[in-house]
Design a protein around this ligand. Structure first.
Ligand code: NAD
Length: 258
C-alpha cells in the first residue's frame, strides 16, 4: 500500500537550520538542495549574491525554507554577518558546511604568484577558519549540531602545480581534527570530506587532454558528481553519523586506493 507520508530521509533535518558557504554552485548547491529536500531550513551563503538568491528561490519553490546571504569567506566581518543572518532569519544554527573554495592557477611552487597564494589560502583555509569561528558559538547556543568542511583528495595527496590549493586543503583537515577535539564533548561533531575531481564549474577551464588526465586518476573511470559528494556530507551532518568526530572521509572514485 502506498502512502503520501514523508520518508525518514525526507524529514531527517526537519527543525534544523543549515548554512552552506559557496551554496550557489556545484557541490554547495547540490548539498543545499539535498538538505532542503530533507527538511532543513537552508541559508545559502555565497559571494555570488545573485547566484545565492537564485538558489534560495529554487529551494523555496519546492516548499522548503531557504534564504540567501551575500558572504565573502575571506572577510571575517562578512562571515560574522552571514551567521547572524542565519540566526536572525531562522532562530538558530545547527548545521554548517564550509564549502566555498577556488582553484587558483597552475604553476610550480618556485614560480607561484604571491598574490595567488594569498588569495587561495584566504579563501580555502582562512575562509574555513573564519566560518567555524562564528558558526561554532551559534551552534553551541543551539545546543549542538554538526559541521562539515569540504577539503579535497588534495587534503592528503600532493598535486604538482597546485601548491596553494594543496596546502590549504591539507590545512582544512588539520583544522577540522583540532576543532573536533575541542567540541566533541559539547555535542558538536566536526568532520571533513575529501572529494576526488568533481564535475562542477570549478573545472570549467579544464577540458580536452587535461580533463582526460583528471579522469584517468580515478579508477571509476569518470569524474564524480556534486550529488555524490552531497550524499556523504549530508550523512556526516545527520544523526546517523552520531559517533563520527574529527575524521576525513574520501569520496574519490578510488583515486586514493592505488
Ligand atoms: N570540483 C572539484 O573537483 C573539487 C574537488 C575537491 C574539492 N572541491 C572543493 O569543493 C568546494 C566547492 O567547489 P565546487 O567544485 O562546487 O566549485 P564551484 O566553483 O562550483 O562552487 C564554489 C562556490 O564557492 C563560491 N565562492 C568562491 N569564493 C568565495 C568566497 N570568497 N566567499 C564566498 N563564496 C565563495 C563561489 O561563488 C561558488 O558558488 C571547494 O572548496 C572546492 O575546493 C572541489
Amino acid at each position: 500500500m502506498s502512502t503520501n507520508l514523508p520518508t525518514a530521509l525526507e524529514t531527517e533535518f526537519t527543525g534544523k537550520v543549515a548554512l552552506v558557504t559557496g551554496g550557489a554552485s556545484g557541490i554547495g548547491l547540490a548539498l543545499s538542495r539535498q538538505l532542503a529536500a530533507s527538511g532543513a531550513s537552508v541559508v545559502v551563503a555565497d559571494h555570488d549574491e545573485a547566484g545565492a538568491r537564485k538558489a534560495a528561490d529554487e529551494l523555496r519553490a519546492t516548499g522548503a525554507r531557504a534564504t540567501a546571504v551575500a558572504v565573502d569567506v575571506t572577510d571575517p566581518t562578512s562571515v560574522e554577518a552571514g551567521v547572524a543572518h542565519a540566526v536572525d532569519t531562522f532562530g538558530a544554527l545547527h548545521l554548517a558546511v564550509n564549502n566555498a573554495g577556488i582553484g587558483g592557477p597552475a604553476q610550480p611552487t618556485g614560480a607561484y604568484g604571491i598574490e595567488d597564494w594569498n588569495r587561495v589560502l584566504a579563501t580555502n583555509l582562512s575562509g574555513v577558519f573564519y566560518s567555524m569561528r562564528y558558526e561554532l558559538p551559534a551552534i553551541l547556543a543551539a545546543g549542538g549540531g554538526a559541521v562539515v568542511n569540504i577539503s579535497s583528495i588534495l587534503g592528503t595527496n600532493g598535486f604538482a602545480n597546485s601548491p596553494a590549493y594543496v596546502a590549504a586543503k591539507h590545512g582544512v583537515v588539520g583544522l577540522t581534527k583540532t576543532a573536533a577535539l575541542e567540541y566533541a564533548a559539547q555535542n558538536v561533531r566536526i568532520n571533513a570530506v575529501g572529494p576526488g575531481f568533481i564535475d562542477t564549474p570549478l573545472l570549467r577551464d579544464t577540458d580536452g587532454p587535461a580533463r582526460d588526465h583528471l579522469i584517468s586518476l580515478h579508477p571509476a573511470g569518470r569524474l564524480g558528481t556534486s550529488e555524490e559528494v552531497a550524499e556523504l556530507a549530508a550523512f556526516l551532518l545527520s544523526d546517523r553519523a552520531s559517533f563520527i568526530h574529527g575524521s576525513y572521509h574520501l569520496v574519490d572514485g578510488g583515486y586514493s586506493a592505488s
